[in-house]
Design a protein around this ligand. Structure first.
Ligand code: PLP
Length: 388
């Protein structure tokens, strides 16, 4: 059976050009990047080339890039790094109800440490109103953390406007850009953020690597204590081959993003139109907002999304319901309930996320499989209106 992958927001395969770079670095550049001899300097060169490639993609200086173990660590370093550094008397952080658990659970921990947190609501497309950010500000707000693009809906936030509000108020602005990088063009200077998280495995680099942009002059407390690696912000001998892969992935994106986006958006739009034309009572969640070009979150009235995921998997199609990290849990997605869906509606949603290897043929096959699957599940459903 042919298998087709439509779950690129969960993770991406390592691309051929990244794999070459990683293998070469694994084989040849095994020195410790802190050593002063030839081997160390070679590894250091690879590391610094990658840092430049990531900086070029994000539009900042290489010295503003801190290499970490992925999106989760980048988010944690930003959030704890600012909140724990602030004077302890009264601290307040503003974030949103639709963040990834890497942000939400870091904020929950801060609450246990006595920090006040405001979780902003979003509209029915998953967009934060910048006026709500302004109203939530307190004299002792130390951080605003608003994700750039949502992993489940693909919704893109008005980040420039929110960052402007943060700047006017003298509050540090962080954004989780894990899903945005690779889907839209990102320039941290133009966005006006102080901290910006990205992850390797969403952009065809290996898992377990990522980066945090730290605007020059932003004072962070590290999460780990050890050597002087990464300017003391992230001690530990660097995983040079994996970071080499991150650099290669960033370089590919810088050169090819526009072409890739045009192609994937055409496929995604065609897929959505196909599904909506062939499946009655199907709705695209978050459709009225500006969205990532590869993401489509569709609600099929009267079915369980998890059942559709399993049925489609048996037919060779990998998709997801809710966030990958919470699949298997029975709770409806916190993102979908935050946009106003009932728990049952949230559970009836399926996320399709396309990527570089998907073709029109695969999309056509997927649309056919979705039509069949939804019809079959609805025929079995005791709650679907037509069966009543
Ligand atoms: N933030 C967002 C928006 C994500 O989608 C993810 C991963 O799903 C993360 C953070 C966590 O990144 P990582 O898996 O690299 O820790």
């Amino acid at each position: 059976m042919d298998r087709f992958y439509f779950d690129h927001n969960a993770t991406t395969p390592v691309s051929a050009e990244v794999l070459d770079v990683v293998i070469q670095a694994l084989r040849d550049d095994y020195g410790n990047a802190s050593s002063i001899h030839h081997y160390g300097q070679r590894a250091k060169q690879v590391l610094e080339r990658s840092r430049r490639q990531v900086a070029d993609l994000l539009g900042c200086e290489p010295r503003e890039i801190v290499f970490v173990s992925g999106g989760t660590e980048a988010d944690n370093l930003a959030i704890f790094g600012i909140a724990r550094r602030a004077p302890e008397r009264r601290r307040h952080v503003i974030t949103t109800a639709i963040e990834h658990p890497a942000v939400l659970n870091a904020c929950a921990q801060l609450e246990r440490e006595g920090v006040e947190i405001t979780y902003l609501r979003v509209d029915m497309s998953g967009v934060v109103d910048p006026d709500d950010v302004r109203s939530a500000l307190r004299p002792y707000t130390v951080l605003i953390s608003v994700m750039h693009a949502n992993n489940e809906l693909g919704t893109i936030q008005p980040l420039e406007e929110i960052a402007r509000i943060a700047k006017e108020a003298g509050v540090v602005m962080h954004s989780d850009g894990v899903q945005a990088v690779g889907g839209i063009s990102v320039n941290v200077r133009m966005l006006g953020v102080d901290l910006y998280s990205m992850s390797g495995h969403k952009i065809y680099a290996p898992k377990g690597v990522g980066a945090l942009y730290v605007r020059e002059g932003t004072d962070l407390l590290p999460l780990l204590f050890g050597g002087r690696h990464e300017r003391g912000l992230r001690p530990g001998t660097e995983n040079v081959p994996a970071f080499a892969g991150l650099g290669a992935a960033a370089d590919w994106l810088r050169r090819n993003l526009t072409t890739y986006v045009a192609a994937v958006q055409r496929l995604r739009d065609g897929m959505e139109q196909g599904i909506l034309a062939r499946v009655p009572q199907a709705f695209v969640n978050g459709s009225s907002a500006r969205r990532l070009p590869n993401t489509s979150n569709v609600r099929f009235e009267g079915i369980e999304g998890e059942a559709a995921v399993i049925a489609l998997d048996l037919m060779g199609f990998a998709v997801s319901s809710g966030a990958a990290c919470s699949s298997g849990a029975v709770e409806p997605s916190h993102v979908l309930t935050a946009i106003g869906l009932s728990p049952a509606q949230a559970r009836s949603s399926v996320r399709f996320s396309l990527g570089r290897s998907n073709t029109q043929q695969q999309v056509d096959a997927l649309v056919g499989a979705v039509e069949k699957t939804v019809a079959r599940l609805r025929a079995l459903s005791p709650v679907y209106p037509d069966n009543a």
